[in-house]
Ligand binder design. Structure first.
Ligand SMILES: Nc1ncnc2c1ncn2[C@@H]1O[C@H](COP(=O)(O)OP(=O)(O)OP(=O)(O)O)[C@@H](O)[C@H]1O
Ligand SMILES: [Mg+2]
Length: 222
């Protein structure tokens, strides 16, 4: 379960230096098995929200409680550890390490839990995503869709309770999109899955939609 209370996050405008609020969420509860799609125009704070939920950044105000742990009260290293143990994150911009192969990238993702990596499990996960022939390729030697699938493998290999996916099918053809979505949903059975997407075919597959605009104060709506 995820509980957000009185969340506010903003950034300093690099031109004027003034604080500009991006996200304000008075109250939001997400059940332990909820699958939710977030849509909305560019710049509304979708990636910022996933970063907050994963503890990659901290809110300026409010609390974020994930399965009983208030991550806003943890140190940065505490949040890193919590993320490794509980969250699978699929980055909009991949964040794969260039010097390492697909297999090594997935295995590195496993080491952050402190339990060490498992080559057989990493291999099996990559194979389940159709990458059997690309285990030893580096990100620069993979197509965009293949890199995206390595990110998904890295996110699901530790069997996390919460999967956060920032446009995980943004670079894939319709058939692969359906396949990837099925894999994500299968892996997220009995878990929280929050996915950001602009594709109506993907949105249609989620009953729960989160509209970030509904949290915006009226004066910010044009
Ligand atoms: N480090 C930062 N400093 C200043 N402003 C930032 C920073 N990071 C994000 N923003 C601003 O916050 C707003 C929300 O950004 P965010 O990346 O969350 O949008 P998004 O909804 O994910 O957009 P997209 O659909 O294009 O990915 C943007 O207007 C962006 O300029
Ligand atoms: Mg984004």
């Amino acid at each position: 379960m995820i509980e957000l209370k009185n969340i506010e996050k903003g950034y300093r405008n690099p031109e004027t230096g003034s604080y500009e609020s991006v996200i304000q969420i008075p109250q939001l509860t997400i059940g332990a098995k909820d699958h939710i799609a977030i849509a909305g125009p560019s710049g509304t704070g979708k990636t910022t929200l996933l970063h907050l939920l994963s503890g990659l950044i901290s809110p300026d105000k409010g609390s974020i409680v994930l399965n009983g742990t208030d991550i806003t009260s943890l140190s940065e290293s505490g949040r890193d550890r919590f993320r490794a143990d509980n969250i699978g994150y699929i980055f909009q911009s991949f964040n794969l390490l260039d010097g390492y192969t697909a297999l090594e990238n997935v295995m590195l993702g496993m080491t952050f839990t402190g339990k060490g990596s498992d080559k057989a499990k990493a291999t099996e996960t990559l194979k389940s995503l159709g990458l059997a022939e690309r285990l030893h390729y580096k990100p620069s030697e993979l197509s965009t869709g293949q890199q995206q699938r390595v990110c998904i493998a890295r996110a699901i290999v530790n069997n996390p309770k919460i999967i956060l996916a920032d446009e995980p099918t943004g670079n894939l053809d319709p058939a692969t999109t359906r396949e990837i979505l099925a894999i994500l949903k299968e892996n997220a059975k009995d878990k929280i899955l929050i996915i950001v997407t602009h594709e109506s075919e993907v949105l249609d597959q989620f009953e729960n939609h989160l509209d970030l605009l509904k949290f915006k104060p009226q004066e910010q709506l044009s």
